[in-house]
Design a protein around this ligand. Structure first.
Ligand code: HEC
Length: 133
């Protein structure tokens, strides 16, 4: 098989929205696409909106595209919760970070605290339903 064809096959999962690495084996063809973000539940628009709002408030000012310099407190320039392309690119990372949390010296996000389970789930739903589409 030509190398180019192999590369295409290898990266096809990314094109269809799966955020797993090359060679992942749980692509189910459902709404989650085998993504680490999980499924988008039906009728979850309100929950997704709650998740969106939580990201805007809980991750500000460090992760807003309008924040520059000291107000970012060292947050990477390419992680901005108000920038759809950034959220899409970082969706799996965002979910992983908030699941770890930053309470009790944890190295997840937000720094110094952990979001409630409900808020984490709302953000997951927002990422799975809206951001990652
Ligand atoms: C007080 C400022 C602050 C807040 C609030 C904050 N972050 Fe961060 N974030 C940082 C800094 C500083 C870094 C870089 C250092 C690190 O990764 O710990 C970072 C890194 C990240 C990264 C990249 C991690 C990596 O390893 O590449 C993600 C994703 C992220 N934050 C998501 C979030 C999300 C989602 C929230 C809100 C729930 C949030 N952060 C809240 C300051 C913050």
């Amino acid at each position: 098989m030509p190398v180019r064809t192999m590369l295409l096959l290898c990266f096809a999962p990314f094109v269809i929205g799966a955020l797993q690495g090359c060679g992942g084996d749980d692509g189910g063809g459902d709404t989650s696409g085998g993504s680490p973000l999980g499924e988008c539940p039906p009728d979850s628009a309100a929950q997704a909106d709650t998740g969106y709002q939580a990201l805007q408030t809980q991750c500000a000012p460090c992760h807003l595209s309008s924040s520059e310099g000291a107000s970012r407190i060292g947050a990477p320039e390419d992680v901005n919760v108000d920038d759809a392309a950034s959220v899409r690119a970082e969706a799996a990372e965002i979910l992983a970070e908030i699941r770890i949390g930053g309470a009790n010296g944890g190295d997840g996000m937000p720094i110094g605290s952990k979001l409630s389970d409900d808020t984490i789930e709302a953000i997951r739903v927002y990422l799975a339903c809206d951001a990652a589409q």
